[in-house]
Design a binder for this molecule. Structure first.
Ligand SMILES: *[C@@H]1O[C@H](CO)[C@@H](O)[C@H](O)[C@H]1NC(C)=O
Ligand SMILES: *[C@@H]1O[C@H](CO)[C@@H](O)[C@H](O)[C@H]1NC(C)=O
Length: 290
């Protein structure tokens, strides 16, 4: 009973997450799977104040982290009610530590060209031209009476609901998986997953089969299906007949002699099969991240 309560707690804690929503004032852009907010207000007076304003919102000062992401700046500015008559915005790159190299606000080296304007002595910060995506070394202070626009960015923080780093999040299925190579009986495998806050894996779609195919090798892995009653069907541990669980591909003839289900690869295809439950096999745990 106690473990059932823990189980229910885990499921409800996990399902309180929201997808594609961060804050009302942030815009989700699917292409980069991130949330953005365009700022054109007095917090843009200098680099430090932009950094702190983003931090206050639980976000970080934007800089493009993939090839075309600079284009979101113009898109956001056009959508903003008070678009400024300015093309250069503060971005999350600086050399405030005096390394002689720019680094990003989250500590990565800047590998892209930052043009230097020789007339400007103070260029510890970087501005970006939203029309071209070009970077220029600039003063960390906007002009005395005005401020520069900037953008805060929040990356969807998808982490597995466990501190066990063996679990890897897979975006396609919104589940975390852990491959456990230490062979156990079906029940011990199930207990292990359960203690970790998960379950033995239940393959629920062709897409998920594809994800799992890429996680495993040519071994056999216990999964979350078995016979519940002698001479009856195989059921997933989520309570459905295995043929109704979303992915059903049995290896050769379905073998009714054995009770406990496992997954195996043959010719690069993922199949189901069954063995005696006392057989020790590696296994795959899953934790859902709805
Ligand atoms: C940045 O602006 C803030 C707010 O106006 C001010 O308190 C701070 O001293 C400024 N910092 C720098 C480095 O100019
Ligand atoms: C924007 O600024 C430029 C140069 O400062 C100026 O020539 C132009 O008239 C301004 N446009 C608007 C809409 O204020």
């Amino acid at each position: 009973m106690r473990s059932l309560l823990i189980f229910i707690f885990v499921i409800s804690a996990v399902s309180s997450r929201h997808v594609n929503f961060y804050r009302k004032d942030y815009t989700y852009i699917e292409e980069y799977d991130a949330f953005y907010k365009f700022h054109n207000d007095p917090t843009g007076v200098n680099f430090s104040s932009t950094f702190l304003a983003c931090d206050d919102e639980g976000a970080t000062l934007f800089y493009p982290s993939s090839a075309n992401e600079w284009k979101v700046a113009k898109q956001l500015m056009l959508e903003s009610p008070d678009s400024p008559n300015l093309t250069d915005i503060f971005i999350g790159m600086h050399d405030k530590f005096g390394l002689g190299e720019y680094i990003t606000v989250d500590g990565h080296p800047v590998t892209i060209l930052v043009e230097q304007n020789d007339n400007i002595e103070d260029h510890q910060c970087v501005t970006m031209d939203i029309e071209t995506g070009a970077y220029t070394g600039s003063s960390c202070v906007a002009k005395a009476t005005t401020f520069r626009p900037y953008i805060c960015k929040k990356i969807e923080d998808v982490s597995c609901p466990t501190i066990d780093t063996g679990y890897k999040y897979m975006k396609e299925t919104k589940k975390c998986y852990k491959i456990n190579k230490n062979p156990k009986t079906w029940l011990k495998a199930m207990e292990t997953c359960f203690m970790e806050g998960g379950l033995l894996v239940v393959v629920e779609s062709d897409m998920e089969a594809n994800v799992i195919r890429h996680l495993i090798d040519e071994d056999n892995y216990y999964a979350g299906f078995r016979k519940l009653f002698p001479d009856k069907d195989y059921y997933s541990i989520k309570g459905h007949k295995i043929q109704d669980s979303g992915y059903y591909r049995w290896y050769n003839e379905r073998n009714t002699e054995y009770d406990c289900g496992y997954l195996m690869m043959d010719n690069n295809e993922l199949y189901m099969n069954a063995v005696y439950c006392s057989t020790k096999l590696p296994f795959i745990c899953e934790i859902g991240v709805p």
